[in-house]
Design a protein around this ligand. Structure first.
Ligand code: HEC
Length: 301
């Protein structure tokens, strides 16, 4: 009796199911909610961008090895495919957990962050399935559906990973990073809109547009933007700034005392509520004066 014909142990399957169930529970139990947590969690979370590219590179090799390996002179490649898939799966799992840790502890929130997280979880689940499917694919036994399903699932997994990576790049670089310098002809061919989706840049000749918005852009928007709105406050448009966050409108026209934003930028730099946080350089006196003048004069757009 060859090893193939032995009844397979269920333990690896059960472990895989528990693993993927645990991962899928994370966004519900400990969701990224914009709150910053223990710095040790952030330390490990920040390894995510450093390690994530390794499993990406490994996973794209798997279909290459499997498909090229069908040609007889390259058949040795198929022998490595299972090993590379195993390494890629471990890498995807580690990168996904680190990514969740970064999002949960680093004050991230919002739709793109959730898309990215769910993409990572789906890719992890698909990789574990691939490992199981490949056993059946390689043996001549087992469900035909699984044997035939392995290669399509492999390509679908690479696709899911590509989509997930793109969500990640939107978080880091903004949503027009890939297309910003795309030649006009290619843009037209691919149907990418000529003007990138409104980057919510404030334009005009008002005091706000020319002096105040650039200060916010330089010092505040990094933490108060769609994918990362700390304290639920967005500062990338006038309307959203005036709407405010968890503690209501931060700017009250005409009143410096009632404007939480002004209070925060003028606190002592070591105060917990001082803005910008995280040891980012404080606004200059000239900048604070401009903001004070703008609020006193009615905080017009
Ligand atoms: C490094 C990230 C970071 C930067 C940069 C930053 N903030 Fe914040 N901001 C936070 C965090 C975190 C909170 C939520 C915790 C809190 O309320 O103190 C917050 C909350 C706020 C709030 C209160 C929102 C609410 O409704 O509770 C205001 C107002 C604010 N920031 C203004 C600013 C201004 C003005 C700047 C630029 C000068 C700025 N922030 C730059 C991280 C940042």
């Amino acid at each position: 009796m060859s090893e193939e014909n032995q009844p397979r142990s269920l333990t690896p399957y059960i472990c895989g199911l528990i693993l993927i169930g645990g991962l899928a529970a994370l966004p519900f139990v400990l969701p990224p909610d914009g709150v910053e947590r223990a710095s040790i969690a952030q330390f490990f979370g920040r390894l995510h961008p450093a390690i994530v590219h390794l499993p990406i590179g490994l996973l794209v090799l798997v279909p290459l090895f499997e498909v090229l390996g069908l040609v007889s002179i390259w058949s040795h490649l198929q022998k490595s495919a299972g090993f590379v898939l195993g390494l890629a799966t471990i890498g995807v799992l580690v990168a996904t957990v680190a990514g969740w840790l970064l999002a949960w502890s680093g004050g991230y929130q919002g739709e793109t962050v959730m898309n990215h997280l769910w993409g990572g979880i789906a890719t992890s689940g698909a990789c574990l399935m691939l490992v199981a499917f490949r056993q059946v694919y390689k043996s001549r036994e087992g469900l035909v559906l699984i044997r035939l399903g392995y290669i399509p699932l492999l390509f679908a997994t690479v696709g899911a990973m590509a989509w997930t990576s793109h969500q990640g790049s939107i978080i880091t670089h903004g949503d027009d990073y890939l297309t910003k310098h795309m030649p006009a002809s290619l843009r037209k061919f691919l149907g990418v809109p000529l003007t990138p989706p409104p980057a919510a840049k404030t334009t005009g000749t008002s005091l706000f547009a020319t002096q105040i918005a650039p200060i916010f852009e330089k010092n505040c928007v990094a933490c108060h933007k769609p994918s990362k709105h700390k304290g639920n406050l967005r500062m990338d448009t006038y309307a959203l700034l005036m709407e405010g966050g968890d503690s209501g409108p931060p700017v009250v026209a005409g009143s410096l005392e009632k404007s939480d934003l002004y209070r925060r930028i003028t606190l002592p730099a070591d105060d917990e509520e001082f803005m910008p946080t995280d040891g980012k350089p404080a606004l200059t006196h000239a900048e604070i004066k401009l903001i004070a003048d703008w609020i006193t004069a009615g905080a017009q757009p």
